[in-house]
Design a protein around this ligand. Structure first.
Ligand code: IPD
Ligand code: CA
Ligand code: CA
Length: 264
């Protein structure tokens, strides 16, 4: 029988993938050049929530690149908001720089993220670390890669020797002898570290869909598990903030149990 490629609203999934990769590589060039030049930094909701001219420029380049191939698609970008109607077309969910605070302080730990979502399912997710030159790509049901190499989550099942990314306030409920705590300041990178087996888990509260849509698929396609903290499927076609946990699957329940004891 002839090989039949998965179609997403009549578009071959590989076409979505190649356009997503072109867009993220262009954005990566913009962001990398920006990192070594002078920045215009403005506050959004407060001093910890900042934006630079390169967040806006990278998002513009991503939307321009994708629109050339798919002029009717919908876009949800952190900087430019929603363009189009979520439910009718494929929606491209974009975080042009995740970890802008790091970027604005010359800390080389941030990523660009693009997801192609249709009817509450992400079909393609791409994330790039422009400084480390690590490109993560996932296609639904086809696996996940980093720079072309197949990704697989770690097989550690003991949370006490695990590496986990979480917020400091969560430490009130985490046993003192939990393995290693690591937090890069970029959600998309921390989740990709779970996908590549460098960390066993990631947890954050009240994050936006552009913070996790692409890397959620990358974790899942690498064999990991991503849920909300109340163990339901994350919602992708809504601007609602959600609390997300991504793990190798083996420490998922234990981490949720600990976090649910958090005093907040
Ligand atoms: C932020 C980063 C950070 C997370 C924040 C996000 P931004 O995204 O992902 O790690 O803790 O909740 O807002 O603003 O740099 O795109
Ligand atoms: Ca951002
Ligand atoms: Ca973000």
């Amino acid at each position: 029988m002839a090989y039949q490629e998965l179609l997403v609203n009549d578009i071959p999934i590989s076409s979505l993938e190649s356009v997503a990769i072109s867009a993220i590589l262009r954005a990566s060039d913009v962001v990398k050049e920006g990192f070594y030049s002078s920045l215009t930094i403005s506050e959004k909701s407060g001093p910890h929530d900042v934006v630079t001219q390169f967040d806006k420029e990278a998002e513009k380049v991503i939307i321009e690149t994708i629109s050339k191939s798919f002029p009717n698609h919908c876009f949800l970008g952190e900087e430019s908001g929603l363009r189009g109607v979520f439910s009718k077309e494929i929606t491209w969910i974009i975080d042009p720089i995740d970890g802008t605070w790091n970027f604005s302080r010359q800390i080389p730990s941030f990523g660009c993220s693009i997801a192609a979502m249709f009817e509450n399912t992400v079909y393609v997710g791409v994330v790039i670390d422009p400084i480390a030159n690590e490109l993560f790509v996932a296609k639904k049901s086809y696996g996940a890669t980093m720079n072309g190499k197949q990704l697989s989550v770690s097989s550690r099942s003991n949370p006490f020797i695990s590496g986990v990314s979480l917020r400091l306030e969560m430490l009130t409920s985490i046993p003192e002898n939990i393995g290693i705590l690591r937090r890069s300041g970029s959600t998309v990178l921390d989740m990709c570290y779970v996908a590549k087996g460098s960390l066993e888990g990631f947890i954050d509260r009240h994050i936006n869909v552009w913070d996790f849509a692409a890397s959620m698929l990358i974790v899942q396609e690498a064999g990991g598990v991503v849920t909300t903290l109340d163990q339901s499927k994350p919602i992708l076609d809504s601007p609602k903030k959600q609390s997300i946990i991504a793990t190798n699957g083996l420490i998922h329940k234990e981490l949720i149990k600990w976090i649910s004891q958090e005093k907040n």
